[in-house]
Design a protein around this ligand. Sequence first.
Ligand code: TMP
Length: 219
Amino acid sequence: MTTPTVSDTRGLLVTFEGPEGSGKTTLVAGIEHWLAANGCEALVLREPGGTKIGERIRAVLLDPATQEMCGETELLLMVASRAQLVREKIEPALEAGIFILCDRFADASVAYQGFGRGLGEKLVHRLNAVALAGIEPDLTFLCLLPPEQGRARLAARETDRLEREAQQFHARVYSGYQAMAASGDSRYVVLDAALPPAEVLATALTHLRRLGHGLLKFL
Ligand code: TMP
């Protein structure tokens, strides 16, 4: 798998994906910290959320009390949050040459709603296209960890509506991420999330360096 080289004239959009408990939020924090230590201030975003409107949508989506939510509503709300994030934050930041780290993005809808809810990739791609307005991540880290191991990591804290879904749901989500990993698309970088966080971070930095972007000259 080769890492794509991106243009220096715009910012960078790097996204982080993986099943529950895969350590992607820790990885985002590690990269943000590393960039800051080297004088590069990154914009850290998350999905669903990342804007005032998106955070309100997130609260509805993750609330364990919204148990009756059907898969289609879930998908449309994820996409609505994304449409807002792209226009309000991502597009302007890319134009301003900023490095964006986004904790989950469009691929999460493919894995969770397309595979997990069984709504299919085609529908998710069609709706994602409305939200994305042509934006594509420059690089996507897939933090892969079998669902049983991810669940064990979550055991200690209070879980949200999606985390409480059945084991079979999470197994389908995982198969969605595995399909992306096997797709051969050079945008995806697979990370073994079972490894210690410092090793995962070191591997991720190696791949960022390969992007050869001006924002990362210090790497
Ligand atoms: P987080 O736990 O990584 O913050 O993500 C919130 C939850 O939302 C997580 O269970 C994954 C889920 N999700 C989807 O189901 N579809 C999506 O498109 C996104 C972005 C997240």
